[in-house]
Every structure is written in structure tokens, then in C-alpha cells.
Write a protein that binds this ligand. Sequence first.
Ligand code: ATP
Length: 210
Amino acid sequence: MQHIGIFGGTFDPVHWGHLLVAQTALSQVPLKKVIWVPSLNPPHKKTVVWQNRWEMLQLATKENPAFTVSPVETKRSGISYAINTLIDLSSCYADTHWYWIVGLDTFKTLPRWYRGHELVLMCDWLIAPRLLGGETIAESELICKQVEQQFQGQSLTIDWQLLNIPLVEISSSLIRKLCHDSQSIRYLVPESVRSYIITHNLYSVDTSHP
Ligand code: ATP
């Protein structure tokens, strides 16, 4: 049986925080590979066009042979739900144990995901600490347990583990804001991604709100 991670997101744009999370999952589980899945029509966010996000992900991940970027979400119309992504990927990879990689801020919303009760049974959850709600690092585990309890209330067992990773307070919205304000994003994103953003004049209009 092979162990593969899925890292879904808008990646608008991909930044060093994402890359560190994916690499940590690779090392700490360990995984055979991480499949990055840029969301086509995310339920809660407006994004720049998919093609730009796809190109930036290609640039950011190309040096790591254990990273793959998947166009799986372009094969479906409508809103891009995680459950459909996992079903579609499962049909391409036989005999696989799946891990969904996620930041703590996103994991907290899992009980409200479309068909989330099915999704939690189909994969394990690798959670990167991320404290956007003013919590402390010590509270990360407690927050995960609260999510676990919500599923236990529906007689569902969720397998999760917190990744051991330093907090990196980079977000795509920060990068979009800096670009809009004509500030430098050097060292927040890979250099190839920075060049792409400049060349294509992305984020010059205000899209800093997630
Ligand atoms: P935005 O600022 O637009 O909301 P984002 O930085 O959260 O974007 P996404 O592409 O939405 O980026 O995130 C994809 C996944 O990566 C989510 O599960 C998110 O929680 C996680 N993530 C993003 N940045 C970090 C970070 N710095 N540390 C830990 N997890 C992160």
C-alpha cells in the first residue's frame, strides 16, 4: 500500500508557507508523494484565473520530484468539492492510503464541508498549525480535538495528526495585499513565482480579502 498526500487550496498565489507544509508532511508521515490540487471553483473564495495559479504551482514545485500538481478539478464543472476530488484521484491510484493536508484554520471548518462526514472516513488528516483566529500554539491540539468530538457526536472517527512545524505567518492574502500596495514580496514566495506575478501584472487590483 502506498501513502499519498493531497494538498488542496486556491494557491492564489502559492507561497513558502504552503511549500513548507507539504514538505513537512512528506517527511513526517512519510508520504510517497504530495499531489497539489489547485481548486477550480472554490466554494468560498474569488480567485485569479486557474491557469495563472496552475502555472505558479508548476514553477514552485518543479524542483521536488515528490510533488505533483493535478488538474483533476478541471475535469468537473460546478463548485470544486474536496469529496469529488478524492473520489476522482482514488480512481487513478490503486491501493493507496490517502492523507489530506490542511492548515488548522481550514481544518476547523471541516464539520461544515460538503459531504464532510464521508470525506473524513476516506483519508487521514495532516494538520499544519496556523493561528489566524488569535489562538495560541498550545491550543492547536485542543482545537483539533474539538473537531474530532464534533464527528464523534455523529459516531464518526477521524484520524488526524498535527504536523510538527514552525508557525509561518505567510498567507496568499498578505501577498496579494503587498502586490496591490506595490510592496516587495521577495522571500515570501519562490523567486520564480515572484517573477511570474510581476510579468503577468497579477494582484494589482485589490483582492487581498480571502
Ligand atoms: P488566503 O490568504 O487567500 O486565504 P491561504 O494563504 O490560506 O490563502 P490557500 O491556498 O487558501 O492559501 O491554502 C491552502 C491550504 O494551505 C489551506 O489548508 C490553508 O490552511 C493552508 N495554509 C496556507 N498557508 C499556510 C501557512 N502559512 N501555514 C499553515 N497552513 C497554511
